[in-house]
Design a protein around this ligand. Structure first.
Ligand code: MF3
Ligand code: CO
Length: 263
């Protein structure tokens, strides 16, 4: 069941998406070698609560963090922990905020200090693939058009697309229909209609597409332990170009201020 949102609901979605974007801006200001992923998680949780929101991942089917922490070979759903970030790591921080009954969802993968050129390239291409998917998400197009745009672009650059995890609809629930895969054929799947809200979130691997899920049932990493990158926006389908409700602007401002690398 795909729920089209009313104008009032869209106003609330914009607010939730702004809060999750600002939360990732706070996280960005703390990214450096020597910080633990638990410290990042605490910053995110406190910022969300201070701003009247609710950290939607925390406790979701038992998930133990406000952020999903994705260090190097971790694809998605990594736990915040005592792990100390090191020069050369990459770390994805995926966050969902609930505000006034509606959800905003976004993810950015950061370079920690100086990162290998080849890994930076993975980050750049993954981020660019998100915008390729967004460009394909026009009213009247289909989910398969998004999926194919992401896949074609990433595979052209020699990377592989994780199959098991997808983007999704979003609204009163964190995960709604439709599923938004990052691979597939053009012209198939549900039609994109104005008023739909979806998350596009390419999860792209340097090596093979295969993943394993740890025995905790959550933490997902590449099978070959090569790096994986992940970027995500929440967007509103309109009759033409989508409106991107989350933004990386706060992240970029923070990175400029603390000398971090903007992907
Ligand atoms: N951003 C993730 C997603 O798009 C959030 C789910 S993590 C969970 O699905 F812990 F909440 F499950
Ligand atoms: Co998501």
């Amino acid at each position: 069941m795909i729920y089209l949102k009313t104008e009032e609901e869209i106003v609330k979605m914009r607010a939730a998406c702004d809060l999750v974007s600002r939360t990732l801006g706070e996280v960005a200001s703390r990214i450096r070698p020597g910080v633990t992923t638990r410290e990042l998680d605490n910053v995110a949780r406190e910022f969300i609560l201070d701003n009247g929101g609710h950290p939607a991942c925390l406790g979701y089917h038992g998930f133990p963090g406000t952020l999903c922490i994705e260090v190097n070979e971790t694809v998605v759903h990594g736990f915040p922990s005592g792990y100390t970030l090191r020069e050369g790591d990459i770390v994805g921080t995926d966050c969902v905020v609930e505000l006034d009954g509606y959800h905003g969802d976004s993810c950015y993968t950061f370079a920690v200090g100086e990162v290998d050129e080849k890994v930076l390239r993975l980050l750049e291409i993954t981020k660019e693939s998100l915008y390729k998917g967004i460009s394909a998400a026009k009213g009247g197009h289909r989910i398969g058009d998004i999926a194919n745009a992401v896949q074609t672009f990433c595979e052209h650059h020699g990377y592989s697309v994780v199959r098991e995890m997808c983007g999704h609809g979003i609204g009163k629930s964190m995960h709604e229909d439709p599923e938004v895969p990052n691979y597939g054929r053009r012209g198939i799947g549900p039609v994109l209609r104005p008023g739909m809200l979806i998350c596009i979130e390419p999860m792209i691997n340097m090596g093979s597409k295969n993943i394993v899920i740890e025995r905790d049932g959550w933490q997902c990493r590449t099978r070959d332990r090569k790096p994986s990158a992940h970027f995500e926006h929440t967007l509103l389908i309109t009759p033409d170009e989508p409106e991107i409700l989350t933004t990386f602007r706060y992240i970029e401002d923070a990175l400029r201020a603390n000398g971090g690398r903007i992907i």
